[in-house]
Design a protein around this ligand. Structure first.
Ligand code: SAH
Length: 248
């Protein structure tokens, strides 16, 4: 069981697999006013940077589930490196339908809401692991400006304009699901550049190390096109943020 190979090539050197910088991740942890010992569940935990740094900085304990064998392995190494391996646990597996045994104070899914079949489904899934009064975190893109055509939406790597909302509508949609938005931290363009541009050097290095690989042609084509695609589309049209929710 694993995710498509392209991601484990392009994002192999990422610690954070979303447009947050380390500072934003830290800001989010502080914004939530986490108590030492707070339990955090993270579906699609990637390379574990959120749980590991929050365990170090805010004393949380956590469980992360991720379908990438590579990223989960990196998360375990990061926990050891930061000296928090006794407080966070990373499980390699499909998080679809995952409900924790013990209720958690914070249940998160950042940049992987397809796990619950979309934002609403993921909120419903996370709610099953949450203690009464706990906080749900959803990390999700939104349109900075609505793409003028479906081609522009596809240029942003969306399947259609309908994939995402503008920020006001996204915030209102949480209310429609009977949740208060109690905090939010939004990514900036600097964070987007870190997330996207870091893939280019990783691809270039991978190509140099794997010239005969079956995948090299695809990676080469992608490296050639990505900088312009990113600057023309994603960078202009797409925002990203983490929204903290409490049921009304
Ligand atoms: N939350 C992390 C990772 C976001 S990228 C971060 O912000 O850094 C999306 C992640 O979802 C990837 O790590 C990918 O491996 C994982 N993923 C994709 N489908 C999944 C599934 N069905 N179950 C668990 N993890 C999944």
């Amino acid at each position: 069981m694993d995710i498509p190979r392209i991601f484990t090539i392009t994002e192999s050197a990422h610690r954070i697999h979303n447009p947050f910088t380390p500072e934003k991740l830290s800001t989010l942890g502080a914004a939530l006013r986490l108590e030492p010992g707070a339990r955090v569940l993270d579906l699609g935990s990637g390379s574990g940077e959120m749980l590991c740094t929050w365990a170090r900085d805010y004393g949380i304990t956590g469980v992360g589930i991720d379908m990438s064998r590579l990223f989960t392995g990196q998360a375990k190494l990061r926990a050891e490196e930061l000296g928090v391996a006794d407080r966070v646990r990373f499980i390699h597996g499909d998080a679809t339908g995952y409900v924790s045994e013990e209720k958690v104070d914070v249940a998160a899914c950042l940049g992987a809401t397809w796990i619950g079949g979309g934002v609403a489904g993921t909120i419903g899934l996370l709610a099953k692991s949450l203690r009464p009064g706990g906080i749900i975190l959803i990390g999700e893109p939104y349109w900075l400006q609505v793409p003028p055509t479906e081609d522009v939406a596809r240029g942003c790597d969306a399947s259609s304009i309908a994939d995402f909302l503008m920020l006001p509508e996204l915030l209102a949609s949480f209310g429609d699901l009977n949740y208060d938005v109690v905090e939010m931290v939004l990514a900036g363009q600097e964070g987007w550049d870190r997330y996207e541009a870091a893939k280019w050097l990783t691809m270039r290095r991978w190509l140099e190390a794997n010239p005969g690989d079956d995948f090299a042609k695809d990676v080469r084509a992608r490296l050639t096109l990505e900088p312009k695609r990113y600057a023309a589309y994603t960078r202009e049209y797409l925002g990203w943020g983490v929204f903290a929710l409490m049921v009304r």
